[in-house]
Design a protein around this ligand. Structure first.
Ligand SMILES: Nc1ncnc2c1ncn2[C@@H]1O[C@H](COP(=O)(O)OP(=O)(O)OP(=O)(O)O)[C@@H](O)[C@H]1O
Length: 260
């Protein structure tokens, strides 16, 4: 079943004296339980596209369907994970993950138990009652992930969630997040600048180009890599081969953008 479907989506930002074609004719389908990445040079419309899927921006043209219903009619919960963790410094980790209007409306005791279990699973059992400022960047991002997963969204939108972390922490978190998303059969869309991350985590990569923002090429990640953890995937020969192909294409797109 097509879980998420975009049909000829365009988005234009208007100013007093003109407009920018941030997205032009973007169409693709994401099956349930799969993980796709949006990769491309700066300004190709990745964040705009994610905001449209989240329902924050309305497309200038085209339609979006979730579970075969128009996005605006869908009751589906969408989770968002960003580069910044947005934890409140005056609340403990447990209080932070239980924040949010949706969680507040749910059964308090059951949610608290679920939150503690998830925090334990993700290796944060010792810091449940600590404040965010005493945690490392990776721990804070793990807490933010728990907050996102707690409402049990079927669709997860990840906007460069690992880009502010050091390399080692990022690799560990990629494995953790990928494992959890597979276990709970989530459908995910990741925005990233990192080719390796896109290959190691995704089923498919949509390489975008700028001016106007379009899908330039779609790369299928070989099944041999998809069955591995992201860390193991990075050591596979097929990972290297795909890395080289995507690198070459991205480089040529970036040089076209610079020479404009
Ligand atoms: N609020 C805005 N007003 C006007 N133009 C905008 C606005 N936001 C983005 N744009 C323009 O739309 C285009 C796409 O921007 P977007 O931020 O979606 O790209 P991106 O691929 O996410 O970029 P980056 O990788 O640098 O984050 C760019 O040309 C950008 O300058």
């Amino acid at each position: 079943m097509s879980f998420l479907h975009l049909d000829h989506v365009s988005y234009h930002y208007f100013y007093k004296k003109g407009y920018t074609k941030a997205l032009e004719n973007v169409s693709f389908t994401v099956p349930e339980g799969s993980f796709i990445s949006l990769l491309g040079p700066s300004g190709c419309g990745k964040t705009t596209l994610l905001s449209i899927i989240a329902g924050i921006l309305e497309p200038s043209e085209g339609t979006i369907q979730l579970e075969e219903k128009p996005l605006e009619a869908s009751k589906l919960d969408i989770g968002y994970m960003l580069q910044q963790d947005y934890l409140f410094p005056w609340k403990t980790i447990l209080e932070n993950v239980l924040m949010g209007p949706k969680i507040q409306k749910m059964q308090k005791r059951a949610m608290k138990e679920k939150a503690i279990k998830l925090l334990e699973d993700i290796g944060l059992s010792k810091v449940i009652d600590s404040y965010p400022q005493s945690l490392s960047g990776g721990m804070r991002q793990r807490a933010a992930l728990v907050r996102t997963l707690l409402t049990d969204p079927k669709l997860l939108l990840l906007d460069e969630p690992f880009s502010a972390l050091d390399f080692q922490t990022k690799l560990k978190l990629e494995d953790l997040v990928s494992g959890l998303l597979k276990e709970f059969n989530k459908t995910s869309v990741l925005v990233t600048h990192d080719i390796g991350e896109a290959i190691a985590m995704s089923d498919k990569i949509f390489l975008m180009k700028a001016n106007p923002g379009e899908i330039h090429e779609v790369f299928e990640v070989p099944i041999e890599i998809r069955n591995l953890t992201p860390f193991q995937a990075r050591k596979h020969l097929k990972y290297q081969q795909l890395f080289d192909r995507v690198w070459e294409e991205l480089n040529s797109l970036e040089s076209q953008t610079v020479s404009r």
